[in-house]
Write a protein that binds this ligand. Structure first.
Ligand code: ATP
Length: 235
């Protein structure tokens, strides 16, 4: 099967700092894959490189058959990639409903499948918060809203940067359920620091360290591979 996303040997810099030193990874359509690694390993930079926010200086990023490396982020979004950044970027003074309305965008090739009403039908928790200002939501509610907002453009590939960061365990379970639900219709690449969450919600994982992919494995294999977990992850 051809890959939906094929990242080939990308090198990304912040000024002179060589953050990604030859990252390669690939996702088939429909897969949910996790990017693991400790703080500073390069997870966010990998997602930002794919999205075009910190474009790689070399390497290829083939998405849906076209090389998107070096394209502007808005062009990449139009092609069907959505990013939910680590800090979520909710509009604090807009209500939940308004946050969704301003994100409604019919991507070329999209079916117009998601409307605010459909989001509320699918995720009643957000419907209950419709009139509440984004800034008053809990961290978990903000994360739900951030993900729902990214759905409004019907991404073919959803990038979620540490969706669980700073959330209580019971909320992490809800985010996990949300990822499982989205995975029925969308290809997902998410980052996390916990091998257990990753393995519960992704079939495969890549481990990054110092800007390189140091390990790639099926989740089930990684779960029993305590040596790799101890070497590269916080466990
Ligand atoms: P975290 O969980 O802390 O976000 P991460 O695995 O996502 O970790 P990145 O944020 O991608 O890691 O960082 C990779 C490397 O790039 C680190 O050495 C980091 O210090 C550096 N870096 C990240 N953002 C910047 C920036 N804006 N300017 C300079 N260096 C940066």
């Amino acid at each position: 099967m051809s890959m939906l996303l094929d990242v080939q040997d990308i090198h990304t810099y912040y000024g002179e700092s060589h953050a990604l030193q030859g990252v390669s990874l690939a996702l088939q359509p429909g897969e949910t894959v996790c990017l693991l690694g400790r703080n500073g390993a390069g997870k966010s930079t990998t997602l930002r490189s794919i999205m075009g926010l910190t474009p790689p200086r070399s390497g290829r990023i083939v998405f849906n058959g076209q090389d998107i490396a070096g394209r502007a982020a808005w062009r990449i979004a139009r092609r069907g990639i959505g990013l939910v950044p680590e800090d979520r970027r909710i509009f604090a003074t807009l209500t939940v409903q308004e946050n969704l309305e301003v994100s409604q965008y019919r991507r070329p090739g999209g079916q117009g499948r998601w409307t605010v009403e459909r989001i509320f039908d699918q995720y009643p928790m957000l419907a209950g918060l419709a009139k509440q200002a984004g800034g008053t939501l809990s961290g978990g509610q903000q994360q739900m809203l951030a993900v729902a907002r990214s759905l409004m453009s019907e991404p073919l590939l959803l990038l979620l940067d540490e969706p669980n960061e700073g959330l209580a365990p019971v909320i992490v379970e809800q985010i996990g359920a949300l990822i499982d639900d989205l995975a029925k219709t969308t290809t997902i690449l998410f980052t996390d620091q916990s091998v257990h969450f990753a393995l519960a919600h992704a079939r495969r994982a890549y481990i990054l360290e110092k800007g390189r992919v140091v390990h790639a494995a099926d989740s089930a294999a990684l779960l029993t591979d305590t040596e790799t977990q101890h070497r590269y992850l916080s466990v």
